[in-house]
Design a protein around this ligand. Structure first.
Ligand code: GLU
Length: 499
């Protein structure tokens, strides 16, 4: 058997964490199997809410994560078309086959009538389950003009439980009495989600359906459809699945407070995470661990490594928690692994607008190295590097007050200025700058090194922490260092305080 798995996103919004996680699990499973195929099908039956820009965002997000599909609307494949809006003829064909074999029938209630039926059941304390009206009622309704006409799948009565043998959750039994005959073609002729989904998975020969737990409740209706299709075997020479695919429902992803994902936690488009400067490797690693765990707790692993380890047995049943700290930890870890050139490459989109012309290509790589350690997200880079650019630097008022404008601070800066003006402070290389600092400190005894280096650092960089001071001096160069020290001594400070 060739493994064929798919994701079936609806392009009614950007690629979100849940769909990205489903894509990832399906991708891992496909890559684990020799010849396994990972398919992208666009479920765009909701014509009003489906938009090309969302479809594009889904493609872009998956590409950014490195989850390439083998078949899909843009790459084609043997089982196309891969966009539901281009498959209407297939839904009609299979619906007509169900109608012709008595497995489906037309119903004619208006929305108001259906609502009244639901209300009546509620008042009687009964669950509402639509059942086929008598032939007389159906004939009378059919004869009335202007009634809506939708095709329903009939669940023959009595019908035992429908059992979903979930690869993650075990056997789940559904009482078919509660299901009701459900609509497969709406009154506008379009297929419902459950119907189109089963026609497609069936005709695309999908072997495993790996998706979110929110679809568990859809599955009994889908199983009934698979069973009915199996009895048809084929329509117009096109075969369907004879057994339903294996279902594996991944647990819900929740915010740390166990509520639904919100803007604050996780409900952000994948593209936005990448735009913030999460590395795709880190994001994929993080997604892998949302509802799956590697057998020996290897919480750091590449897609290739995890593809070897992935299994339904190790998918969780309890909700997965979206922990930003963990995502941040992983991002820092992956950032650390990069070579200087690789780091410069991933940093480029974030730092390309800085005025690099004053630095050589090697200096650029070296400067990025100087600020790599403290950052969590690549988008922090421009701020982390900012003091390496431009003639002056803004010193926040509180630093001016507490570090620069103190008696010691001023004394240090005056002495430093004198040394600079006399060209007695060599900063022509990193080593020379380090040696100059070392030689300068004893000149200001009894002040301690810290009391000397702080005001200098504050004056030249506008902050009390950052890259090594010798590096700051070397890259800024004597002219700019002197100008910044003079400005600091003149008491210029930025009114904005920096947190
Ligand atoms: N269009 C559905 C969704 O986006 C597909 C569900 C499925 O994988 O069957 O949730």
């Amino acid at each position: 058997m060739t493994v064929r798995v798919r994701i079936a996103p609806s392009p009614t919004g950007n690629l979100h964490v849940g769909t990205a996680r489903a894509a990832l699990f399906n991708w891992l499973f496909a890559r684990q199997h020799e010849g396994g195929r990972f398919i992208l099908r666009v479920e765009d039956t909701d014509r009003e809410r489906s938009l090309p820009r969302f479809e594009q965002n889904i493609y872009d997000g998956l590409h950014a994560l490195g989850l390439q599909w083998d078949e899909g609307p843009d790459v084609g494949g043997e089982y196309g078309p891969y966009r539901q809006s281009e498959r209407s003829h297939l839904y009609t064909q299979w619906a007509e086959a169900l109608l012709a074999t008595g497995k489906a029938y037309y119903s004619y209630e208006t929305d108001d009538e259906l609502e009244a039926m639901r209300e009546k059941a509620k008042l009687a304390g009964q669950p509402f389950a639509y059942r086929k009206p008598s032939p007389q009622i159906l004939a009378a309704q059919a004869a009335e003009p202007n009634r809506p006409k939708s095709l329903r799948f009939e669940i023959p009565q009595p019908y035992g439980p429908v059992v979903l043998d979930d690869a993650v959750r075990g056997a789940i039994s559904f009482d078919s009495a509660l299901l009701g005959d459900f609509v497969i073609l709406k009154s506008d002729g379009g297929p419902t989600y459950n119907f189109a989904n089963v026609v497609d998975d069936s005709l695309m020969a999908i072997t495993h359906v790996i998706r979110g737990e929110d679809h568990v409740s859809n599955t009994p209706r889908q199983i009934l459809l698979y069973q009915a299709f199996a009895q048809l075997g084929s329509v117009d020479g096109t075969p369907c699945l004879v057994t339903p695919p294996v279902f594996a429902h991944a647990s819900m992803i929740l915010a740390p407070d166990r509520t639904k994902l919100s803007k604050r936690f996780g409900a952000t488009a994948v593209a936005d995470y990448i735009a913030m400067g999460y590395l795709p490797e880190a994001f994929c690693n993080f997604l892998s661990l949302l509802g799956w765990s590697p057998p020996e707790g290897q919480e750091i692993g590449s897609l290739q490594e995890y593809a070897k380890l992935f299994s339904f047995e190790r998918m969780a049943q309890s909700p997965a928690i979206f922990e930003t700290d963990k995502l941040n930890f992983l991002n820092k870890h992956y950032l650390k692994q990069l070579s200087p050139q690789e780091f410069a490459d991933v940093a480029e989109p974030f730092v390309k607008d800085l005025p690099w012309t004053e630095y050589s290509a090697e200096d650029k790589i070296a400067l990025l190295e100087r600020v790599r350690e403290p950052i969590t997200l690549l988008r922090e880079l421009p701020e982390a590097l900012s003091y390496f650019f431009g003639p002056t630097v803004a010193i926040p008022q509180e630093i001016t007050e507490s570090v620069v404008n103190t008696a010691d601070g001023k004394a240090v800066l005056m002495a430093f200025k004198v040394a600079l003006s006399a060209n007695a402070f060599d900063m022509s290389s990193l080593e020379a700058a380090a040696a100059s600092i070392k030689a300068f400190i004893p000149q200001l005894a009894p002040l301690k090194a810290k009391a000397i280096l702080w005001p200098i650092r504050a004056a030249v960089s506008g902050r009390t922490h950052g890259a090594d001071l010798n590096a700051i001096l070397y890259y800024l160069g004597p002219k700019r260092v002197l100008a910044r020290v003079e400005e600091a001594l003149a008491g210029k400070s930025s009114p904005v305080s920096v947190a």
